[in-house]
Design a protein. Structure first.
Length: 288
């Protein structure tokens, strides 16, 4: 029964991993950028939900549109006016720049809100139900289905909309897309906006069952990188596969080993994937 409980916990957690990692995968697939400030998008989405709950008493699930809109605007502006300036430079330039953005956002948040851990506690925070002895929290279950639905919607958007086709064309051949009349820099800005919006949405979910603080971003960035490597860099459905895989492995490691071993097992798995299957579990990821 302990194994089944750990497996269930891992699957539910994997949904959140998939949600914020899909934004990371989208940015890499289109722009080739490993966004080191990715975790700060989760942090800001979480704080938007936290402050709306504290000040306006707005239910966390009703704050989701605000997280989406706020983080889309931030992502769009960052790409449009800052990151686009190094779009044609070697990848190391964007890595250094996004690391700088990570430091700026984290320290601004620290000055504004201090390092005190916070969380959102609602009337249904501890609610759960049991199936054959397995405890399933309502919040995590609803979050899981919303997360999978959002990742599925992103995949549909990329394959069945005019904007999605423009994004894919830019990802496949930037110069040819430019010759066909696509504003590449605008597409980059929209792409980062969408990726940041989805990531901020994940932050709004995280604050309902975990403590948050301004310095929380970097560990989430590392987790997102591990997930997209497992599922395939730049392959959106792979984020679900990678997220579920990492969630289950992490949960089982915590239960049967110790919490300290969980991260060690994660990095070992990442190391093995990069050596033996760099295109990810699906075999459809970008390999460079």
């Amino acid at each position: 029964m302990l194994f089944l409980q750990a497996l269930t916990n891992g699957i539910l957690l994997g949904g959140i991993y998939a949600l914020y990692s899909s934004g990371f995968s989208l940015m890499f697939g289109v722009m080739g950028v490993v966004n080191i400030a990715h975790g700060e998008m989760i942090m800001l989405g979480a704080f938007i939900t936290y402050w709306l709950f504290e000040i306006a008493k707005l239910d966390p699930f009703l704050s989701l549109p605000f997280s989406l809109a706020g983080l889309f605007a931030l992502g769009y502006l960052l790409q449009r006016f800052i990151i686009n300036r190094v779009a044609d430079e070697p990848p190391i330039a964007s890595y250094i720049l996004t690391f700088g953005i990570h430091l700026v956002l984290a320290n601004i948040a620290l000055l504004a809100w201090t390092a005190d851990p916070r969380t959102v506690t609602t009337t249904y925070s501890g609610a759960n139900f049991s199936v054959i002895g397995i405890i399933i929290p309502y919040i995590k279950l609803v979050t899981f289905f919303i997360a999978v639905g959002v990742v599925g919607s992103l995949y549909w958007l990329l394959n069945h909309s005019r904007m999605g086709r423009a994004i894919q064309a830019t990802a496949q051949d930037r110069e040819m897309a430019r010759l066909m009349g696509i504003n590449v820099r605008q597409i980059y800005a929209v792409t980062l906006g969408i990726g940041a919006a989805i990531t901020g949405l994940a932050g709004s979910f995280v604050v309902t069952f975990r403590h948050i603080e301004p310095g929380m971003g970097l560990p989430y960035t590392i987790t997102a990188f591990c997930v997209v490597v497992l599922g395939g860099m730049g392959y959106i459905p792979g984020a679900i596969i990678g997220g579920l895989t990492l969630g289950v492995i992490g949960s089982l490691s915590t239960i049967f080993l110790t919490s300290g071993w969980s991260m060690a097992v994660t990095f070992f798995l990442l190391f093995m994937m990069l050596i033996f299957r760099p295109a990810g579990i699906t075999g459809k990821g970008i390999v460079e």
